[in-house]
Design a binder for this molecule. Structure first.
Ligand code: ATP
Ligand code: MG
Length: 578
């Protein structure tokens, strides 16, 4: 490819609305352009990278036994009603109407469509297992599209769905995808690691997210330095708070005391009250699928919403409004408690960190009053105990006993053992060997292909621009002749090397622009080609070209050796990332 025959609109200035470096570089290197928030056009260099990542994904999915299909993005709304996700996913669903006012959904994911397909096509255990995948555009009405391709309204995903006869079979399919993902990210030159992930209302313990550590990521990963444990904070557990909960009862009975104006944990911890946060019970009122529920937490703990949904099975939860709190308990947030005045119909969930808690203080369900000497199991009716708290840095790892750490990360992929949730709802069954009818056991597996592309940039860049791994770079080599006039020695030499490299299957771009050397060098660094070969008049007169790996040092190489040297370098890089 010749530079002047393609379209690489690089920018000197950093676009003002791009907050994170990978988003800035996507724009500056001319890989994409924004149509509007969350919608991007892929320009030639960006498209080449996208296609290369897709190719790696395809090769690894095929190797793992995946079968490629392509499903419609436009889907009947009724199918989504049948799976009940028309409601539960309504926040992100793009809906459209046709001329006859029929309703359609733009697919944010494809469990419904693939399950319907398998319900129709699979009838016997003999046809199992199957794993169908596609690489396709998804639509999600993200409330806050941001960071370029990281959180877009329209993006490319690889989604795969496995169908097995048994649970063990489904686990084996899961394992294959897990291994395929590990290979895919490694081949993209990405350091991504699997972490245990929340399975939400679907339950089960088998879900992993593949995370790329990055300060700009939107996930918190809890991990143990020994490497034995890593989990999304939505799921992470520990051996509990570093300061133990008091569990020795004084035998004293609950006693109300006035606390005018005190509505926070901190205010009750301060003078004159001096009730340390871990000796307080906070009473959180939530509305879970329309029902008011109470969650009791230690004063110094934070409620984890994903855990709340997982433990209660609720599809939607939100904090109750102050008015709803008054209606349910007779007091406003800040004075709520569960010792008395809780209607028998209201479920009271308590966090495990409060097990056996004694001598605690909590709201008295009357504004301006609290209640002390609470022995939780003696004084409060608890419907269910569960782990609701968010793990904190420094707590001990349940496996290794070492202090846990937390870091930010970007989720690039997700593998999930689904079980029969969708096959039950959509009647996807098969006849087993003994003639019984069973639901297909499913797994689903996603990779954000466009998010992965940007994650590679987020992880691979320097002050001059992108540093692509050779496996996904738009071109592997950039030839930069300084004089480009037809017949100029620099141009002739560059074209000779170009022909030799193309013949050897190397992806090469020749910068034939009539630009100053500085501009050409800067652009090739900004776009991030892994290897540049420069042709200057002076060095050429000495029979040399300038060989420079991206981010490495410049080295003169004899013209006669240049082709062999470049080919060997590229092949070594390709092999390193295989
Ligand atoms: P997130 O928590 O980031 O919203 P998700 O859990 O909704 O992601 P999945 O439904 O598991 O994501 O989708 C599979 C993959 O698709 C994700 O791992 C991610 O890489 C990618 N992805 C999801 N939403 C977006 C988006 N809005 N823009 C770009 N990629 C996305
Ligand atoms: Mg999402």
């Amino acid at each position: 490819m010749y530079w002047t025959q393609t379209f690489i609109p690089t920018l000197k200035e950093t676009p003002a609305d791009a907050e994170i470096v990978s988003h800035q570089l996507l724009l500056r290197a001319g890989l994409v352009r924004k149509l509007t928030g969350g919608l991007y056009t892929f320009l030639p260099m960006g498209l080449r990278v996208l296609r290369k990542i897709e190719r790696i994904v395809r090769e690894e999915l095929d190797r793992a036994g995946g079968i490629e299909v392509l499903m419609p993005a436009l889907q009947p709304a009724d199918l989504w009603r049948q799976s009940e996700r028309y409601e539960t996913m309504r926040d992100v669903l793009f809906k459209v109407k046709d001329c006859a006012q029929r309703e359609w959904v733009l697919g944010p994911t494809h469990e419904e469509v693939i399950t319907q397909l398998c319900a129709a096509e699979i009838s016997s255990y003999r046809q199992l297992p199957k794993n169908f995948y596609q690489i396709q555009t998804k639509f999600r009405d993200e409330i806050r599209p941001r960071f370029g391709l990281m959180r877009a309204k329209e993006f490319v995903m690889k989604d795969a769905y496995s169908f097995d006869a048994t649970d063990e079979g489904a686990m084996a399919s899961y394992r294959k995808m897990y291994d395929a993902y590990t290979r895919i990210f490694a081949r993209c030159g990405l350091r991504a690691f699997p972490v245990e992930a929340d399975t939400g209302v679907i339950g089960g313990s088998h879900s992993h997210e593949f995370m790329v550590p990055a300060e700009t990521g939107e996930n918190d990963v809890v991990y143990c330095e020994s490497g034995v444990y890593a989990a999304n904070i939505e799921k992470a557990t520990s051996r509990g708070p570093t300061v133990a909960t008091p569990t020795v009862s004084t035998g004293a009975v609950p006693e109300r005391f006035p606390t005018p104006g005190v509505v926070t944990i901190e205010a009750l911890a301060a003078a004159p009250y001096g009730v340390e946060a871990h000796r307080q019970i906070k009473t959180l009122v939530q509305v879970a699928d329309g029902q008011v529920i109470l969650i009791l937490m230690r004063g110094d703990d934070q409620l984890n919403e994903a855990k709340l949904m997982a433990r209660t099975g609720a599809m939607q939860v939100r904090p109750a409004t102050p008015e709803e709190c008054v209606a349910a308990l007779g007091a406003r947030p800040g004075s709520l408690g569960a010792v008395s005045g809780v209607p028998a119909t209201v479920k009271v969930y308590a966090d495990e960190a409060l097990r056996g808690a004694c001598g605690m203080t909590t709201g008295a369900n009357e504004d301006g009053w609290h209640c002390r000497n609470i022995d939780l199991e003696r004084d409060i009716r608890v419907t269910q105990w569960a782990d609701f708290r968010t793990v904190k840095v420094g707590e001990l790892c349940g496996t290794s006993g070492l202090p846990l750490k937390i870091r930010r990360a970007i989720e690039v992929g997700h593998v999930f053992k689904l079980g029969t949730k969708y096959s039950d709802k959509l009647n996807a069954t098969f006849l087993s060997e003994d003639g019984q009818r069973h639901s297909l056991v499913m797994g689903c597996y996603g990779i954000g292909v466009t998010r992965t592309l940007q994650a590679v940039i987020e992880q691979g860049h320097d002050k001059d621009g992108i540093v692509w791994p050779v496996t996904v770079a738009p071109f592997e080599v950039c030839l930069t002749p300084l004089g480009v006039a037809p017949g100029a020695p620099t141009r002739v030499a560059a074209e000779e090397l170009y022909a030799a490299l193309v013949a050897a299957g190397i992806e090469v771009i020749l910068d034939d622009r009539d630009e100053r050397p500085g501009v050409k060098f800067k652009d090739s660094e900004l776009v991030g080609f892994p290897l540049r070969v420069g042709f200057g008049e002076k060095s050429l007169a000495k029979g040399e070209v300038e060989f420079r790996p991206r981010g490495g040092v410049l080295e003169p190489v004899k013209v006669a050796d240049a082709a062999a040297r470049v080919i060997a370098w590229v092949q070594a890089e390709r092999a390193r990332l295989q």
